[in-house]
Write a protein of this length. Structure first.
Length: 477
């Protein structure tokens, strides 16, 4: 009498247990107090190979970037280029003097570099301009300065010791970060030689307290960018050996638009183009009467996505997301809304919350089933899928060293994007595609979130069981 309800309950659990068995090792994370959502299934037959609460809403961290990649490809296509221009409402005279302001109209290129600015300056020089009898105006009318939504970015305005929390602007250059080169002096005891990576002379102020040490003494550098009354300053401490190679150090700037203005002004001067009244950042759009004097196209979108996802570049991801907003003065909440609208438009996706394209915002939420639905939708779009899957990493040759593990099966049959957050709770997430032994395509997603009582989580705790579970699925089919 009492056994029959128990038998029915066990029978009802059998499908769930069968699904979870596909993630038998990963399921042990739930016993340790972690919140887990996971799903793996074949794309041809739709067969579910493993699942652990696949509808559970969890933080995806940088796995959010695959939503950004899919939305960008859907909007623009793989061969889209963002264009940066130098324009003016006046034309240069016969002597090469521009009797007015020169305007840099940033096109929202997330990978705009010093090399691009140098090409732009050379094209201006070829157009005959030698002197600007006015100002250099850097126009971030599309968006910028963008309100910060995370602690790291908000603190980065005044002081920062990393490059990943760079602030955002439609005219940002070098991923919103200053770069300085640290090289040893000729002899021990002297200060190291420090220069800007992009210029013959320093563009950002430098407080150099790096000492040159004898051969083979080792190199130890500590670098911070701080905002002072005079502007950004790179604080550099430590030592470098006389026989050491130069080291490059990147730190987020306090104002990416101002950084671009200072960098572009330095390059104009190096090219022999003088600017009478200096540089200024504005938020007004150049008038329709402005004439293009020089322009440069950035890399194609498929190349941008390769860099964005392979290196998990937060600056690039959020700038691309801001470009999805069709109205000027965009902010991250509008960018997140554009991504949400794209995701919810995918049939069967389910609930999703996206506050940024980078995944830096801990409020982002999705499910393993939702991520797989997104992955499947791209698989069925042959014009977009090659560019999309190429932006993911294969563990065997991953840019991120920590994923270069697992068996040869895992390393050579899987393409994935990972995500990491450590605050306010630990997050390790992964999603992507796999190919079975028989050549079938499959999708998988794993979201592991810690709690206040599970503060410690490293990648080996997640990747080791995930790799072993996926290997069994790949070998079994």
């Amino acid at each position: 009498m009492f056994r029959r309800p128990l038998l029915f309950a066990l029978l009802a659990l059998l499908p769930l247990l069968a699904q979870a068995s596909g993630f038998s090792r990963l399921a042990e994370m739930t016993d340790k107090g972690f919140r887990v959502g996971a799903e793996a299934r074949l794309l041809g037959s739709g067969e579910t190979l493993g699942a652990i609460e696949p509808e559970r809403q969890l933080s995806p961290a940088s796995v959010s970037k695959i939503y950004l990649a899919a939305a960008a490809l859907d909007r623009w296509g793989p061969q889209h280029h963002f264009t940066s221009r130098l324009v003016s409402t006046v034309e240069p005279d016969a002597e090469g003097s521009l009797p007015g302001d020169l305007v840099f109209d940033g096109g929202g290129d997330p990978a705009l570099t010093s090399e691009d600015l140098w090409r732009l300056v050379q094209r201006l020089h070829q157009a005959g301009v030698r002197h600007v009898d006015g100002r250099l105006l850097v126009s971030q009318w599309r968006y910028g300065p963008v309100k910060c939504l995370t602690t790291d970015r908000c603190q980065a305005h005044s002081r920062v010791a990393n490059a990943y929390s760079a602030l955002l602007s439609s005219v940002g250059v070098n991923f919103g970060s200053w770069c300085v080169s640290v090289a040893p002096a000729a002899s021990p005891g002297q200060p190291a030689r420090i220069n800007s990576c992009e210029s013959q002379v320093p563009i950002v102020d430098i407080d150099n307290r790096v000492e040159t040490k004898p051969d083979d003494s080792g190199t130890e550098l500590n670098a911070e960018r701080v905002l002072r009354d005079t502007g950004d300053v790179m604080l550099l401490r430590g030592q470098i050996s006389t026989n050491a190679l130069p080291r490059r150090v990147y730190r987020a700037s306090s104002d990416p638009a101002l950084q671009t203005a200072q960098t572009l002004l330095a390059m104009l001067e190096q090219a022999g183009i003088t600017v009478r009244d200096g540089a200024e950042v504005v938020t007004t759009e150049p008038p329709e009467s402005a004439r293009e004097l020089a322009a440069v196209d950035g890399e194609s979108l498929q190349e941008l996505l390769l860099r964005t996802l392979n290196y998990s570049n937060n600056f690039m991801a959020d700038v691309l997301a801001l470009n999805l907003v069709e109205t000027p003065r965009a902010d991250l909440e509008q960018a997140g809304a554009a991504l949400e609208a794209f995701a919810t438009g995918i049939p069967g996706h389910g609930p999703v919350t996206l506050r940024s394209g980078s995944g830096l915002t801990p409020e982002n939420r999705t499910s393993a089933a939702g991520v797989n639905t997104l992955l499947e939708s791209l698989y069925h779009r042959p014009a977009l899928f090659p560019s999309f899957v190429a932006a993911l990493q294969s563990p065997s040759n991953g840019v991120m060293r920590f994923i270069r593990q697992g068996s040869p099966t895992f390393q050579h049959h899987v393409m994935l994007k990972t995500g990491t957050l450590n605050r306010p709770v630990a997050v390790r997430a992964a999603g992507g595609y796999f190919r079975t032994r028989s050549g079938q395509w499959g999708v998988f997603s794993v979201l592991v979130n810690g709690t206040a009582t599970t503060p410690w989580l490293n990648w080996r705790q997640v990747l080791d069981p995930l790799a072993a579970d996926l290997e069994e699925m790949i070998d079994a089919h």
